[in-house]
Design a protein around this ligand. Structure first.
Ligand code: SAM
Length: 253
């Protein structure tokens, strides 16, 4: 109880093993954040987490300008089973993409897959940037994992290598799909699922026809209005979590 009651100044995502008595050495980016941004010094309590070890109370030890020791004290939260929902998206411009990745992380997405469709206008995404935005969002929202950023792939390649057990819901603004709320009631809670959101120009008729031949694809609608791609992604994720995901669960305390 005391461990949980101790006020922590921030949460840090660390891939190093976290266990009582371990010491983790932090490099310049983390030290800059703790020391220069948050004005923390030796003795300050923070939390460190990863999906393998859970979340741990830590204390800042010796600290210099570019290096700090972080002493791992006690576990605050054990590892948790997390959701299994992928988001496939046609890359959009940088500020809107950052927003999308931040919100998708808060909404519990487990993997982020940039997909090049026929009308995708932004050819490049930086996996490192996707990861940095996702880590910051995971630290802020209390989850234990960070969504995995996958390398960008053409739509045809993603569909050709699609895992047999994962249902893909394609967000289709043309009106040709079922309402997403109806489709989601058919999905078992926790079943591997993915959502695909198209580019600003939407999917081409050829792409929409190709989806019809794939047994793992369902086309779904998000209501009568045309949403921007990032709005569609966030709306679809929220509805997914409410109906087939983890919104019936309480927050871990
Ligand atoms: N080119 C389209 C148009 O002007 O009619 C708009 C594409 S929309 C800006 C970008 C993507 O968001 C779409 O490809 C789709 O995946 C998703 N989307 C937007 N509104 C939607 C809706 N009402 N239902 C389902 N998906 C939607």
């Amino acid at each position: 109880m005391l461990i949980m009651a101790e006020r922590i100044a921030t949460r840090l995502y660390l891939t190093e093993a976290l266990a009582a008595g371990h010491s983790v050495i932090l490099g310049p980016p983390a030290v800059h954040r703790l020391r220069d941004v948050l004005r923390l010094g030796p003795g300050a309590a923070i939390a460190a987490f990863n999906p393998r070890d859970g979340e741990w109370l830590c204390r800042i030890g010796e600290m210099t300008r570019g290096r700090a020791a972080l002493e791992v004290v006690a576990r605050r939260r054990p590892p948790e089973r997390e959701g299994n929902i992928w988001l496939l998206f046609a890359p959009i411009r940088r500020t809107r993409l950052d927003w999308l990745v931040e919100k998708a992380t808060e909404l519990g997405v487990s993997a982020l897959l940039p997909i090049a469709t026929a009308r995708t206008q932004v050819p490049q995404t930086s996996p490192a940037r996707l990861e940095a935005v996702a880590i910051a969002a995971a630290e802020q929202c209390g989850r234990l994992s960070v969504p995995e950023p996958r390398p960008a792939a053409p739509l045809a390649m993603a569909l050709a290598g699609w895992p047999a057990d994962r249902q893909l819901l394609v967000c289709d603004e043309s009106g040709g799909g079922r309402p997403i709320t109806e489709e989601l009631t058919l999905i078992e809670q926790g079943a591997p699922t993915a959502l695909l959101v198209g580019p600003e120009g939407g999917f081409t008729p050829t792409e929409l026809d190709a989806f019809a031949d794939l047994p793992f694809v369902s086309r779904v609608g998000l209501g009568p209005r045309i949403l921007r791609a990032e709005t569609a992604a966030v709306a679809a994720l929220a509805v997914f979590q409410a109906i087939a995901g983890d919104w019936r669960e309480a927050r871990a305390r």
